[in-house]
Design a protein around this ligand. Structure first.
Ligand code: FAS
Ligand code: PHB
Length: 391
């Protein structure tokens, strides 16, 4: 097979890139390891930055999001039983966040690609890149017992943290930066009316988060230690622990019900430099991971794709290579900003094993300052709602 851009990975990054390239008349083939059903059963991100919302609307993917999504003028922080304070992104930046699940975005992306006959090959096995430092790279993979090859001009590695693209960059060139956290998030989805605000809770028992997917679908998380087993957390125990970590006036409003999904996600900060090698360009989780505390993971995948699509269109259609040559540096400036915010919020809102009384006083004073200072809240608001994409 032959295409202009071979895209490894049919998650949000790969599908959005394929969609944006197609809108510019550039053809691509998405090669996905899993079945479409497997990709679509993943429950992950839920909160979209203003820039992500604007981009999805601009590329014709806003209709269902605007119908079913839930706009939020900010997010609240509650701690130590004290009343919550609100990080008002609307007041400080004029922008809002949107609660609209990654699963729905992925469904919308698949529908958009199907509508124009976009090439998505799923259940591909043993995917392997060749010639990425030449002008004619190729992607090899197994499908239905046959070995297939795609010749292309560029390869986009959108295959997530466990993909093969990043591993195609020689260790002598690749630099990685990593921090793992000594806890995870135990998440639950329930068909119950959510708490009206997105609320991050910090308590001596640990972190908790109240979020949502729709007016009838709630998403909650509690910090858990790394040895946690799902079977030890029946719904009743989860709800009791979640309520114990929020102030009473929030806990009393949380509507409980049977879980329709329950999972544990590890927390990690991870960055790859550079995000390119020859004609291979990494985007999304293939290049970086953030702890979900800042709701940045999916939003970073979107901003990477915005920069990469712009660079590829300029190079392929107009022979201008400025954006593609600067893709890695430009994307990494935004990545490191999101990594720092996510690390800072994770450190601020979670309890760490081995915290000393001094550590706890530092955390309390930081929260107290944030609760009292409009300027501190404005700074957090502009980072949380998402800084503008670079021109
Ligand atoms: P993805 O991992 O979504 O997609 C990569 C795709 O590549 C997958 O479909 C995979 O099957 C495929 N693939 C892998 N190896 C391949 C190979 N060798 N060949 C072909 N295909 C291959 N972010 C938030 O903002 N908030 C959250 O609450 C949140 N929760 C998360 C929970 C979990 C368990 C995980 C893993 C992530 C979570 N994230 C969250 C982050 C998540 O939303 C990612 O940022 C987002 O999925 C990034 O999208 P992609 O870069 O497309 O990567
Ligand atoms: C979610 O709704 O899944 C969510 C919200 C805020 C976060 C992380 C996840 O920081």
């Amino acid at each position: 097979m032959r295409t202009q851009v071979a895209i490894i990975g049919g998650g949000p990054a790969g599908l959005l890139l394929s969609h944006m390239l197609a809108r510019e008349g550039i053809d691509s083939i998405v090669v996905e390891r899993q079945t479409r059903a497997h990709v679509l059963q993943r429950i992950r991100a839920g909160i979209l930055e203003a820039g992500t919302v604007e981009l999805l609307r601009a590329v014709g993917l806003g209709r269902r999001m605007d119908r079913e999504g839930h706009s939020h003028d900010g997010t609240a922080i509650a701690w130590a039983g004290r009343d919550r304070f609100f990080i008002d992104t609307r007041k400080h930046t004029g922008k809002a966040m949107m609660a609209y699940g990654q699963t729905a975005i992925t469904e919308d992306l698949y529908a958009a690609r199907d509508a124009v006959g976009g090439a998505i090959i799923d259940e591909a096995t043993s995917v392997r890149l060749e010639g990425v430092t030449s002008n004619s790279p190729s992607v090899n993979f197994g499908k239905n017992g046959r070995t297939e090859r795609i010749d292309c001009d560029y390869v986009a590695g959108c295959d997530g943290f466990h993909g093969i693209s990043r591993q195609s960059i020689p260790a002598t060139i690749l630099r990685t930066f990593e921090k793992t956290y000594p806890f995870g998030w135990l998440g639950i989805m329930s068909e119950t009316p959510p708490f009206p605000d997105i609320v991050y809770g910090h308590h001596e028992r640990g972190f908790a988060l109240a979020s949502m997917r729709s007016p009838t679908l709630s998403r909650y998380y509690i910090q858990c230690d790394l040895a946690t087993k799902l079977e030890d957390w029946p719904d009743e125990r989860f709800w009791a622990e979640l309520k114990a970590r929020f102030p009473k006036n929030i806990a009393d409003q949380i509507v409980t019900g049977p879980s329709i999904e329950k999972s544990i996600a590890p927390l990690r900060s991870f960055v790859t430099e550079p995000m390119c090698y020859g004609r291979l360009f990494l985007a999304g989780d293939a290049a970086h991971i953030v702890p979900p505390t800042g709701a940045k993971g999916l939003n970073l995948a979107v901003s990477d794709v915005f920069y990469l699509a712009r660079g590829m269109v300029d190079a392929i259609k107009h022979g201008r290579t400025g954006y593609i040559d600067s893709y890695s540096d430009m994307a990494l400036r935004r990545v490191w900003g999101a990594e720092r915010l996510s690390w800072w919020l994770t450190t601020l809102l979670h309890r760490f094993p081995g915290d000393t009384p001094f550590d706890e006083r530092m955390r309390e004073n930081q929260l107290d300052y944030l609760a009292r200072s409009e300027v501190a809240q404005a700074s957090l608001a502009e980072q949380y709602v998402g800084l503008p994409f670079e021109d």
